[in-house]
Design a protein around this ligand. Sequence first.
Ligand code: UDP
Ligand code: MG
Length: 322
Amino acid sequence: MANNKNNPVLYIVVPCFNEQEVLPSSNEKLLNLMTLMKEQSLVSRDSKLLYVDDGSRDGTWEIISSLVSDHRDVAGVKLACNSGHQNALMAGLASAVDHCDITVTIDADLQDDINVIPKMVERYNDGCDIVFGVRQERKTDSWFKRTTASMFYKLMNRLGVNTINNHADYRLMSRRAVMALLDYKERNLFIRGIVTKLGYKTDCVYYDRTARTAGESKYPFKKMMNFAIDGITSFSVKPVRMVFMVGVLFLIIAMIMLIYVLTAYFMGRAVSGWPSLILSIWLVGAFILIGLGIIGEYVGKIYTEVKNRPRYNIDTTLGLGQ
Ligand code: UDP
Ligand code: MG
């Protein structure tokens, strides 16, 4: 396939997990945008929407397959079971990469403004390989989601994980950027941490995030926490160093205590108290346990990496690249 800088083949990759409520309306908006971009010759006539059904348990796949038979420019991939948002994205990108010049990934609920996609394509034409969609404000997210998200981004940056602030997984990637991303074989995926490491020329486009129009968030608190922990431990060893520093601090305190006890002894004021003793046992025990917990997190990661399991398993593919 020719690597068209102008009029590139665009695949919009949309991961869907139990999205039957929003899918029809999202599809209509995306198709309208696609038609518009094709008419303006911004993207090639071969461009498509690619829906990845991440093992949904509702009617999502039925909707996708009927969309594929109704529209030439819709394709679908069905994962055999629920593999998670990040893996669904990887499956979509891997399926799309052989058929297109550029990909845009976007959530099925279209909380991210699709009207900046043409701007993303323009940035690509200007020579960027990756264009990040960045939220200007997130008034429509709940207070809780906003604060936890902003705490998370700050913590990540403190820990040395390079992420773009307020950028989720809404981005344009050129084919070579996707190929480079697919070379990252790790199982504990945190895509937005990897893409900043690829080294290609990047740019940002800005938009306001809107509320989910239908259906519920597929990221309940527990999934969000797991995602945050994955993000940190997959990219940063600082927590382990922190344990080490706490250990050093404790050693220093222990030395001071020793000096204190020795002077007390030689001055004839030996202390009999067990409270201090029992307290130290508890404290030290607690820190050993915390340390073990953090180390365990990394050992767990090593375990999943060495198993080298496939990330997902494709069940069916419809309408790709014809
Ligand atoms: N998603 C997925 N697999 C999952 C969970 C979510 O493919 O296991 C998809 C979901 O369908 C949506 C996107 O990931 O397209 C983001 O999910 P959601 O909008 O629920 O997250 P939020 O916007 O609340 O962070
Ligand atoms: Mg959402």
